[in-house]
Write a protein that binds this ligand. Structure first.
Ligand SMILES: [Zn+2]
Length: 327
């Protein structure tokens, strides 16, 4: 099957995990292809989510000025065009880009403006999701969610919690997610990646989200699978990323087809186009080859992504029409 030209929806991708070699070379001219492969892509030596995140830290250190943030966003859009993505929710943690003089508000403002310009130019519909991080304090988490509120009309569409699931608890972030709920802010949360079903139960209970980043470990708990299906949760599934972080040892062990067959709403995502060294075209090829997915399965996963996207009903209709027409 040829997937490249089919329109695609992506709900879960980190900007700072998606810098191309060309862009890193522009930002850090001494970078060689070996450096790039070792320090920016999660290779064979990567054995955990923690190590995967280290590669992002290297990229983040290059994203500390207006010019570099704009360059990375432009690079990112070029990748979306190549992959024929028609709608993308792009996430990043604004507080990670304040090492060289920018404040978090300026960071969000720069990326909103850059995204809106490129979105118009390319015709790709996009929105930003701002991430708090597991190891952040209560104050840092609140600062992040308040930025979502402030930039609601300017391109920011949601709030997320990312980073080291196994290393830090959720307690510092409950207030920020409550604030989001009170202010009708769309939320998603990473869970069930580095930890098992208990982490998904805890995230649902404490953060009250209806969309879960990964959530793939749910498959170990039939009660949870039933609960996610009956309560219309959505899982943002990222197959290659899960192999890089050793959530599962090999592709064949990935439960994507079991999740699909359980009728839980799910979508296919890259998580990080550089660190996972993939794009959606490649993910579809892998899933089709390894799990025998048909074009109808991919149509369904794109339509499920649209249903749970942080987008207006009007935009959802436009996107669903495109998917139904071309699949
Ligand atoms: Zn992620």
């Amino acid at each position: 099957m040829k997937f490249k030209n089919l329109p695609k929806i992506e709900l879960h991708v980190h900007l700072d995990c998606s810098l191309s070699y060309e862009t890193i070379k522009r930002l850090r001219p001494q970078t060689t292809i070996d450096d790039y492969n070792t320090n920016y892509i999660a290779g064979k030596s990567c054995t955990s989510l923690k190590q995967y995140i280290k590669c992002a830290d290297n990229a983040i250190s290059l994203m500390q000025s207006k010019e570099s943030l704009e360059l990375v966003m432009e690079d990112f859009f070029n990748q979306l065009i190549q992959d024929n993505v028609i709608y993308c929710e792009i996430r990043f943690a604004p507080l990670l880009h304040t090492d060289e003089g920018l404040n978090s508000r300026e960071v969000v403002n720069i990326l909103c403006n850059s995204m809106n310009f490129l979105s118009k130019e390319s015709g790709i519909f996009t929105g930003l999701i701002l991430c708090t991080l597991r190891h952040y304090s209560k104050e840092e988490s609140m600062e992040t969610v308040k930025l979502v509120e402030e930039f609601k009309e300017k391109g920011v569409i949601g709030f997320d919690i990312a980073a080291d699931e196994a290393g830090y608890p959720l307690d510092n972030h409950i207030d920020a997610f409550n604030y989001a709920k009170q202010n009708n802010i769309n939320c998603t949360a990473h869970a069930g990646e580095a930890k098992g079903p208990e982490s998904i139960w805890e995230t649902i209970d404490k953060l009250k989200v209806k969309r879960i980043g990964h959530g793939v470990k749910c498959i170990k708990d039939p009660k949870l699978v039933k609960f996610l299906y009956e309560n219309n949760f959505h899982l943002e599934v990222c197959v290659s990323s899960n192999i890089k972080t050793k959530t599962f040892n090999k592709i064949e062990d990935h439960p994507i087809s079991q999740i699909n067959e359980s009728s839980i709403s799910m979508s296919i995502n890259t998580d990080g186009r550089t660190i996972s060294s993939t794009d959606l075209t490649n993910e579809y090829e892998i899933i089709s080859k390894k799990f025998g997915w048909s074009i109808e399965d991919f149509r369904k996963s794109n339509l499920e992504a649209i249903k749970h996207a942080f987008a207006s009903d009007e935009l959802k209709t436009i996107l669903a029409d495109r998917i139904n027409k071309e699949y």
